[in-house]
Design a protein around this ligand. Structure first.
Ligand code: CDP
Length: 219
């Protein structure tokens, strides 16, 4: 079974996908982490154009398990980048990298290869529209920008980062605009996706709605 979960930043995709992955014994693939890793590699090696694409092509993305280390393996080395890809610097650089058509071609191919014949739940921006257009079930999670900024602010603060709500709201709004308006695989609801507005719902409530839908198709 293939489940696609798309939506804007902090709409709850990854938290919910991890829970459903464990309940339905699905592989969980966080495609945002792959774009973040692309931005991380670009910042780290400061290369652009073909050398960067080549590095990306030759990099293996290894998810050790939901919520566990995310490792990059370039030909001769392994590197746990789970924390490094979540910094504000990498987050800010990710939108541009994700808008690059060649980066998307490379990462989409890798994502489709991982999904081949697998029972998988994948979250991102273009899963239902581009990566898994034939997914068995598609969800599109939304929430107001204010609620999403509130969630992200709490998340950063729990991690000890002293962020200001207004800055987080601005960052999220800019990222949304970028993701929606880009030419390549923009953030868009697939026509056959179920839209869920999570603004006033708890994680458990959203999971319950999705669980019922998945059970229906799982039989
Ligand atoms: O966790 P958060 O919602 O902040 O973002 P993410 O899922 O980690 O994705 C980070 C960025 O990667 C997004 O803002 C998009 O620009 C990009 N992305 C994408 O373009 N396509 C995907 N399938 C997943 C992420």
């Amino acid at each position: 079974m293939q489940v696609a979960v798309d939506g804007p930043a902090s709409s709850g995709k990854s938290t919910i996908s991890k829970i459903l992955a464990s309940e339905f014994s699905l592989i969980y693939l966080d495609t945002g982490a792959m774009y973040r890793a692309g931005a991380y590699l670009k910042l780290k090696y400061k290369i652009i154009g073909e050398p960067f694409y080549e590095l990306l092509r030759r990099t293996d993305f290894i998810f050790v398990g939901a919520g566990k280390p995310f490792v990059l393996k370039s030909p001769n080395r392994r590197e746990d980048v789970s924390a490094a890809i979540r910094t504000p610097e990498v987050t800010a650089a990710t939108s541009d990298v994700a808008a690059d058509g060649e980066v998307r071609r490379i990462l989409t191919a890798k994502q489709q290869k991982i999904a081949e014949g697998a029972d998988i739940i994948m979250d991102g921006r273009d899963i239902g529209t581009v990566v898994l257009p034939n997914a068995d079930i598609k969800f599109f999670l939304i929430a107001s920008s204010e609620e999403r900024a509130r969630r992200r602010t709490i998340e950063w603060r729990v991690q000890g980062k002293n962020v200001i709500y207004e800055d987080v709201l601005k960052d999220i709004s800019e990222r949304d605009k970028h993701d929606i308006s880009r030419e390549n695989a923009p953030l868009k609801k697939a026509p056959d996706a179920k839209e869920i507005d999570t603004t006033l719902l708890t994680i458990d409530e959203v999971v319950e709605i999705m669980r019922v839908c998945i059970r229906e198709i799982a039989g």
